[in-house]
Structure formats: structure tokens, C-alpha cells
Design a protein around this ligand. Sequence first.
Ligand code: CP
Length: 320
Amino acid sequence: MKSFFHVSDIGDLGAALEEAKQVKATPFAWKHLGQDKTIMLVFFNSSLRTRLSSQKAALNLGMNPIVLNIGQDSWKLETEMGVVMDGDKSEHLREAIPVMTSYCDLIGIRSFAGLKDREFDYQETVLRQFIEYGGKPVISLESATVHPCQAFADLITIEEYKEKKRPKVVLTWAPHPRALPQAVPNSFAEWMNAAEVDFVITHPHGYELDPLFAGPARVEYDQMKALEGADFVYAKNWSCPGVTDPSRYGQILSTDMGWTVDARHMAVTDHAFFMHCLPVRRNMIVSDDVIDSPRSLVIPEAANRAVSAQVVMKRMLESL
Ligand code: CP
């Protein structure tokens, strides 16, 4: 595996889920693979789970992880080409990338969408520069449009907890005080469309995900109707993807607290499990009683981030 951005990069999903099961059962069985190998984990944005689970996965495989927080541990980096660098950014990615990759065998990048320029974000401009100038396998640790390590962990969790062969999975938008990127819902939709599930997306009008990710998923604008009979409820906020109106890209279109997932919403489901990628704003995205209930999977879901990351790194090491 040379890069990990999309569900297609993992190949057969059944085989990937079986491999995840093996990795979870015997996490240290492939420690030889990473001997004398280094992974660099580059963070342009904050993280708790991604940073720790990626380090844990690398250590399980016997690799040396190096973490770099851009702008805190390093110089601030310029990401746009052709600019006069007379501001606060001291170094350009064009030099920084080959320097960083000269010290490692694999590289993971966290670089969120700026939510100002749809084209810049949806072309994955930063990630593409790491591919073009780095020459090493690249893992998206949440880039402008995708968060594949999260979506893979979500699928592993659904596989572990499902009580039906083909469960109904509902991705519901929920309110948030800040404008958030679309990477998590994009990847979740992409992976659910490829999985053996009945997948439904619900959100207020204007929040339609890019068709590249929403694919053939059913969109139901009536949240309660969408949740009827659900087996898994996956809540997430995202800002306007700008599909129907590009001028509104990255904006908050709704603050309707009626979309906060609470007991009223869960009551119409088929005793559904609750999921969220975390970090989560309690009583904005989800009520305390729902996230604290025995049907909440937010902790096992986060724990599976180390499993999904290890499967991806293992495959990359195997193909070096
Ligand atoms: N879910 C997730 O990616 O968490 P962090 O932002 O804390 O890494």
C-alpha cells in the first residue's frame, strides 16, 4: 500500500476486517516488520486520538515514531505555491517535505481543511505536495477532505457490535458552535457505501456532502424519519460542503438544537448503538444520557483507532 486516503486503498473490506481482528488479538505479532524503520507523524492541527493511536500502532509494529507539531515544534510552513514569503511563515513545504521524508520510511499527515477555498481543500493541496515531493508512503491522519483511519476504526466497531447481518447505519448531522470540516462525514459515507450496511444520511438542507463521498447513499432530510429502525446512529457536525451553493462553503447554515441526538431520537431506533469520532461537545452533538448509556460506543470506537492504524502501517511496511 503506497498511500491511505480512500476506502479503495484498503482493497477487499472483508479481508481488511479479518486482518483487523488478527491485529487486535495479537498486536505484537508483527514487531519484526518495523525494526529499524521510522514513521514521521506530522500535525498541522491538534489531536488526541490520532496522535496517540498512531504512535501506539507504530510501537506495536516495532517502528520508531517521530511526532512533529508544525508551528509549535517547527518553523511555520507555507503551503501555497508562488507566494512572496514576507509573513510569519519561515519555510516552504517544497523544502520541508523532502527534508522530513529523508528521515523516515512512512509519513502520516494531519492537515485540516481551511474552509475558505473549496478548490484548495477538495484538491487536497497539502497532502498532494507530500506525495509529489516526499517520495514515501503517505497516510492521511485527517486531511482536508478525508479521515480514513477514523472511518476504518468505525467500520471495525460496527462489525464487532452488529446484531444483524446488514444493520441500518444512520449518519446524522448535529449542531456545533464552530465551523468544522467535512473529512469525517466524507470518509464515513465513503466507507459505509462500500460496507454491508443499509446506509442513510440525514442533515438540514444545504449540508449535502460532495457526491464523490455521498455516492448512492439515501439522504433523508427528516431526521426522525431517518433514525427509525436504526441499529447504529453516527452523529457528527460538519460545515456547508458548498455542493449546492459554493459561495457558502465552510459556513454554519444551522444551529438548530432540535438535531442534538437525545433520548427522543434514540427512542425511534431499534435500540441503536450511539457512535461519534470524538472529541464531542456534550449537549450540543449528543445529550449526556445518550453518550453515557450502555449503548454508547465512543470509547471502543476510539480504542479501535490503534487497530485501524496498525493494519494500515503493517500493510505499508509489507510493501516497502
Ligand atoms: N477522532 C479523532 O481524530 O480524534 P483527534 O482529533 O483527537 O485525533
